[in-house]
Design a protein around this ligand. Structure first.
Ligand SMILES: Nc1ncnc2c1ncn2[C@@H]1O[C@H](COP(=O)(O)OP(=O)(O)OP(=O)(O)O)[C@@H](O)[C@H]1O
Length: 253
């Protein structure tokens, strides 16, 4: 196998007494689309933040195309496009201004930024919203402008935290098509999601995380092991059974 595009080794992160990520290792090969799954609080966002230079690990390493993210963050960040979860944007800019700012910050030529920004806004159904302040965007529009910012410099690795969350079905289809085309041309994607059907239809690799550790990692078929991804996920993570009388007050008498 050629060297992985993203390589995580023994990542650790603790918040006070809480171990959010406890020794997580993962390799993502070139040209693959990996779905990172896990229950709420499993450590997905913490892992992706450490992998992309947003949150310093307590231990372990992250390499992007062979570059150590924490020793040489500028070089590593130049190679990836990141859609973080819950990180504040410069939302007093319009969508078009935010894209322009992001492109110029990435060292792109003015003409390229203008051309790509227009294409991205149109592709994501944001052309009219290009002149609206991002602070006035809906949740789905914020996701889409964040994705556009991650794409504008044509990175070789995309790390996307819940890219389809709050996005309407038409835009969702456009994003799928963009990501498929990106991977088809040799790009690599890591995305987190809670939607099993989406991961099953889009990703060729899956990693399941719980309590900061990898429970399963491999091709979609390896992880599914003959079941649906939903069934396999529940088997690995455990079903949260509700007791007989739970919320009995909610049932009409
Ligand atoms: N800044 C923080 N301070 C304290 N605890 C944190 C912080 N960030 C995350 N945690 C804790 O670390 C654990 C992992 O959180 P994380 O956000 O990585 O989970 P996640 O898998 O992305 O969850 P979700 O699917 O709900 O988005 C959780 O227990 C969370 O409460």
């Amino acid at each position: 196998m050629t060297d992985p595009v993203l390589s995580l080794r023994s990542l650790h992160k603790r918040f006070g007494p809480k171990v959010a990520v406890g020794g997580l290792s993962l390799d993502v090969p070139a040209g693959s689309m990996l779905g990172l799954l896990g229950p709420n609080g499993a450590g997905k966002t913490t892992t992706l933040s450490m992998a992309t230079g947003l949150l310093r690990p307590d231990g372990g390493t992250a390499h992007v195309l062979g570059v150590d993210v924490w020793r040489d963050p500028a070089a590593a960040k130049a190679r990836m496009g990141v859609l973080p979860d819950g990180v504040r944007m410069f939302d007093r800019l319009t969508g078009a201004e935010l894209l322009r700012y992001t492109g110029l910050l990435r060292g792109m030529a003015e003409a390229d930024v203008t051309a790509r920004a227009g294409e991205l806004l149109a592709a994501l159904g944001l052309d009219e919203a290009g002149s609206t302040l991002v602070v006035d965007y809906s949740a789905g529009m914020r996701k889409k402008i964040g994705l556009a910012c991650a794409l504008i410099h044509a990175p070789r690795l995309l790390v996307l935290d819940e890219p389809f969350e709050a996005v309407d079905p038409v835009s969702g289809e456009a994003i799928r098509s963009i990501l498929r085309g990106f991977v088809g041309s040799g790009g690599t994607v890591v995305l987190s999601s809670h939607v099993m059907e989406l991961v099953e239809s889009l990703c060729d690799r899956v990693a399941i995380v719980a309590e900061g550790r990898i429970l399963a990692d491999g091709t979609l078929d390896e992880v599914r092991a003959g079941e649906s991804l939903q069934q396999r996920f529940l088997q690995l993570v455990g079903v949260h059974e509700l007791g007989e009388g739970t919320l009995s007050w909610l049932r009409s008498s």
